[in-house]
Write a protein that binds this ligand. Sequence first.
Ligand code: ADE
Length: 229
Amino acid sequence: MRIDIVTIFPAFFDVLDVSLIGKARESGVLDLRVHDLREHTHDRHRTVDDTPYGGGAGMVMKPEPWGEALDEILVDDAVLVVPTPSGEVFTQATARELAGEEHLVFACGRYEGIDQRVLDHYAARGRVRLVSIGDYVLNGGEVASMAMIEAIGRLIPGVVGNPESLVEESHELGMLEYPIYTKPAEWRGLTVPDVLLSGHHAKIAEWRRAQALERTRERRPDLLDERDR
Ligand code: ADE
């Protein structure tokens, strides 16, 4: 998969050199490139923002640098992903959908956001997804892009060593994950539930399912069907 990121803060993405995503880049499974939006400005101050038409607080990202950058990068059938608190909510299902794409381009806005015409222009010519990582406001799209790239990247075959570990985790089965334990069997007087030491696979599976359901009821009832709540 190829991922391009356009930002005024390329340094944010230095951390994508480490851990599983870093390994995926090294092995060639993931071709990830970071672009500085200011390379597409042509004035002495490398200006990327201006005041909003109609007035109001804050600054808006100018369309010209974005147009120049995206014309160059948004080639083939790439999906343009624009992180914004006004977008659809990014979920595990969104991550799965985007993991099936060949090429994603992340456009990281700052300030109050990007001039609407940029989004309209590319939406008329290709696929654009406006996505929010949650109901809170960040200072820009960089941290949101990073979260999405990690969630998407780990679903690309070959990125996570043992694909089985992807199956039972939170959100993949529509529920939160059951509690997990490792050795030692006793730590600070706290023990591991007996069933997990029993070796009885059917009982273990049943216990985990019940625990997952109980947790989900308590913490995230919105994930459950009406009848399971
Ligand atoms: N940019 C600012 N806040 C955001 C959010 N919650 N999700 C995605 N992008 C953002």
